[in-house]
Design a protein around this ligand. Structure first.
Ligand SMILES: *Cc1c(COP(=O)(O)O)cnc(C)c1O
Length: 381
């Protein structure tokens, strides 16, 4: 049909469309199992929904097309997708990670992955020299977020890919923040791309999902076996909802980015705001690298206020914006990462990253930009 991303979002990635009714939307196959006519014949290509399901498969093909991936596997949550990637590794393998990661990923690493015998080094991956220095002969994966959550640090994906290749390690990129609309890590050299589909892909704050996109079909096959064996697959109805959400991904991302830029520029001038972290500001240290690998900046920004009291006041007084975790939906959400999204990150690490008690993260939604700015203004007064 077309490889243009807005068209792909609307029409989906698969050419096969089995329904004869003329339905505009892909049907919801809300079933646990599929019938067989004869022993040894898998007539329709489906057996059991934990293994595969047409609704989920259609969505997986769409997300694979959006990410320019060879394969994509749908999971019940972003965390199920993250854990499936680490299941590719063996006991004793070493992983180098961005120092600034989604809090749930840090929780997974500290409580599960280390117990399973993986070894981790956190490093500022925005600094390629620091990344190279952290690599060991046994390093089997580099795991990054760019821009990172919540500090918006930008890592050069191409440079990471070159270092990963040299060591025979996987480059894994959590691409939740920019979504495939603004950034495709696989053509830049990544091996695996993770999404929390709960966020921009679903885009409506109404369900959870996760995806692992693979540059190599064989790795995709291994992830499928991991998904079948561990059972964190995406349910058909949730797959259907995410497919519906993706239809408007392009227009949502554009609008959220426009509004985020307006808010970032307004925050910059506010006397109670000490620092603004938004990749779309030319003074952001990662601006140039981000421009070289992404087509936009997204709708996430963070800022530091003059005191913890002002931060608490903002959380209490916002009316249009909601004090809640999560991101990427139509409702603007504000959170204090220190005690919310990043509560599982050790306090000394939080401090060293800048996740202080006066630091807020804002997911810019689809409300009117002026309403959002006025809401922040009254909340800071
Ligand atoms: C939310 C999020 C996750 C985890 O996804 P869930 O769907 O909540 O399990 C992983 N990475 C990033 C960057 C996220 O924002």
């Amino acid at each position: 049909m077309s490889n243009k991303i807005d068209t792909l979002c609307v029409h989906g990635g698969a050419h096969r469309f089995p329904d004869e009714s003329g339905s505009l939307t892909f049907p919801l196959y809300q079933t646990a199992a599929f019938s067989h006519t004869k022993l040894g014949h898998n007539d329709h290509g489906f057996d059991y929904t934990r293994i595969s399901n047409p609704t989920r498969q259609y969505l997986e093909e769409t997300v694979a097309a959006l990410e320019k991936a060879e394969d994509c596997i749908g999971f019940s949550t972003g965390m199920a997708a993250v854990s499936a990637c680490f299941e590719l590794l063996q006991q004793g393998d070493h992983v180098v990670c961005s120092a600034d990661l989604y809090g749930g990923t840090v929780l997974y690493i500290d409580t599960i992955a280390r117990k399973n015998g993986l070894r981790f080094t956190y490093v500022d991956t925005a600094n390629p020299d620091a990344l190279r220095a952290a690599m060991e002969p046994g390093t089997k994966a580099i795991y990054i977020e760019t821009p990172s959550n919540p500090m918006m640090n930008v890592t050069d994906i191409r440079k990471c890919a070159a270092i990963a290749k040299e060591f025979g390690a996987y480059l894994i990129v959590d691409n939740t923040f920019l979504s495939p609309y603004f950034q495709n890590p696989i053509p830049l050299g990544a091996d695996l791309v993770i999404h929390s589909g709960t966020k921009y892909l679903g885009g409506h704050n109404d369900t959870l999902a996760g995806f692992v996109c693979c540059a190599d079909k064989n790795v995709g096959e291994r992830i499928r076996i991991i998904a079948t064996a561990t059972g964190g697959n995406l349910a058909p109805f949730d797959a259907w909802l995410i497919q519906r959400g993706i239809k408007t991904l392009a227009i949502r991302m554009e609008r959220q980015q426009d509004t985020a830029l307006s808010i970032a520029n307004w925050l910059k001038k506010h006397p109670k705001v000490k620092a603004v972290y938004y990749v779309g500001l030319p003074e952001h240290p990662g601006y140039v690298v981000n421009m070289s690998q992404a087509s936009g900046f997204g709708g996430m920004l963070s800022f530091t206020l003059d005191s913890h009291e002002t931060a608490l006041q903002v959380l209490q007084k916002v009316k249009v914006i909601t004090f809640a975790e999560s991101l990427g939906g139509p409702e603007s959400l504000i959170t204090l990462p220190r005690t919310q999204t990043h509560r599982d990150v050790p306090v000394d690490v939080q401090e060293s990253l800048g996740i202080t008690d006066s630091f807020l993260r804002l997911s810019v939604g689809l409300e009117n930009a002026e309403d959002l700015i006025n809401d922040l203004k009254q909340a800071m007064e």
